[in-house]
Design a protein around this ligand. Structure first.
Ligand SMILES: O=P(O)(O)OC[C@H]1O[C@H](OP(=O)(O)OP(=O)(O)O)[C@H](O)[C@@H]1O
Ligand SMILES: Nc1ncnc2[nH]cnc12
Length: 181
């Protein structure tokens, strides 16, 4: 069975609201800045409503990845009337956490979750702004699954295809609103 495709109207909406900033945060990186999209209330609302229509009835909770993923996860969860799972960088969540270390382009990082927040068998949508090397998204899958949830789909606003992030996510549904080849 083929999985449903995000509507192309959402792709156009996002594409027209992204600002490209060369050499940020370091030389030779072309930074894709989502802040113009967030600042346009009509466009931001249209995006969240479009994503809600796409996932309605197929997921039980939305996992947002710190920090730009939070900006998308929270309104989407509210629009759908479901809960948001907060996946944070190391040392930010209080109490007992489960953590996963992962590789960045340079160095390593760690993401953490409160495992009891994820209900057994919950269909979880993982959402973030950018899929680059895929390390962050892969760590999020491991956190959700270790906590008893099902990583039903990953939604990425922007996918930087030349960094091959999808390779780390083989076997999972990855819905990217915009793919930069
Ligand atoms: O696919 P990867 O190579 O793992 O990279 C993608 C991650 O990088 C960015 O986050 P960043 O760590 O810059 O944090 P921020 O959201 O707090 O800016 C982006 O928001 C993704 O979470
Ligand atoms: N090129 C890029 N633009 C915006 N966010 C990013 N995160 C990782 N790479 C990025």
């Amino acid at each position: 069975m083929t999985s449903p495709q995000l509507p192309s109207s959402l792709t156009d909406l996002v594409l027209t609201h992204i600002r490209e900033v060369p050499d940020f945060p370091e030389p030779c990186v072309l930074f894709r800045d989502i802040t113009p999209l967030l600042a346009d209330g009509k466009a931001f609302r249209e995006l969240i409503k479009g994503l809600a229509d796409f996932y309605r009835g197929r997921i039980d909770s939305v996992a947002g990845l710190e920090s730009r993923g939070f900006i998308l996860a929270a309104p989407l969860a509210v629009e759908l009337g479901i809960g948001m799972i907060t996946i944070r960088k190391a040392g930010k969540l209080p109490g007992a956490v489960f953590g996963v270390d992962y590789a960045l382009e340079y160095g390593t990082a760690r993401m953490e979750v409160h495992p009891e927040i994820v209900k057994d068998g919950d269909r979880v949508l993982i959402i973030d702004d950018v899929l680059a090397t895929g390390g962050t998204a892969r760590a999020a899958i491991d956190l959700v699954e270790h906590s008893g949830g099902e990583a039903t789909a990953l939604c990425m606003l922007l996918e930087l295809a030349d960094l091959n992030g999808r390779k780390k996510l083989e076997g999972y549904t990855v819905d990217s609103v915009v793919v930069y080849e």
